[in-house]
Design a protein. Structure first.
Length: 234
């Protein structure tokens, strides 16, 4: 298997990947890789692709057969971690507010949320702030007050509990050091109960080279190839 990328962080992971025999530098933002004559790609932030999104919220079967998959850009990754479980369950009552400390493409965010079932728009505040390579989002969304707290938390557990790359952290001091140098994202839920809707706040942290970057790309490639999901990342 041979692979190439234009990302220094991805190249470092490709070079240490046990199933890749040859690595070259290219202009590819994501990853181009070949097994025999089969040329395949992991793209970044291209919501026009048939297969686009977080691996955690996609069916793996089409990925194994795909020529191309696009993972979300960093801002869309953070937003999807926060909102995908709610959107897929039909629990978003009003347009959410999304605050991120990185550049965000509104068109991609709109497409990303449409893919998981939300077409009602959003309010976006994007203000790039350097946090030692850590990207952060705060997402505020109204949900029906009829949803029990236990059921709400269970919805996120159902989606992410078995995922190594998206983890819940309700107890630690919320700090960027939790994800520096780590391949996974962390999320935290806070619920303010009211009527007729309650306010759910979801905070998400991830390294720009972890879940918001190179590690997510390698994870996607591993799934496409049928490898162990953590191969070459840990």
């Amino acid at each position: 298997m041979i692979a190439s990328s234009g990302s220094p962080a991805i190249l470092r992971l490709l070079e240490s990947h046990p199933r890749i025999q040859s690595v070259t530098k290219s202009d590819e933002t994501g990853i181009q890789f070949s097994i025999g004559a089969w040329n395949r790609r992991v793209l970044v932030g291209d919501a026009t692709q048939e297969l686009y999104g977080l691996v955690e919220i996609m069916d793996n079967n089409p990925l194994v057969c795909a020529d191309a998959l696009s993972i979300p850009s960093p801002a869309a990754t953070l937003a999807l971690i926060a909102l995908a479980p709610l959107a897929q369950a039909g629990l978003i009552a009003e347009s959410p507010a999304i605050i991120v400390n990185t550049v965000a493409d509104e068109a991609e965010l709109e497409s990303a949320l449409l893919r998981v079932g939300w077409s009602g728009g959003f309010a976006l505040h994007s203000e790039p702030v350097e946090l030692d390579g850590v990207l952060a989002a705060t997402v505020m969304v109204a949900i029906p007050s009829s949803v029990e707290r236990e059921d709400l938390f269970g919805l996120f557990d159902e989606r992410y509990e078995r995922s190594f790359y998206v983890r819940k952290d309700q107890g630690s001091v919320w700090d960027r050091n939790l994800v520096i140098g780590q391949p996974f994202a962390l999320y935290r839920l806070g619920l303010a109960i009211d009527e007729p809707t309650s306010l759910l706040t979801i905070r998400v942290l991830a390294s720009q080279d972890g879940k918001c970057g190179a590690a997510q790309g390698i994870h996607a490639m591993n799934v496409m190839c049928g490898f162990e999901e953590s191969l070459g990342i840990n």
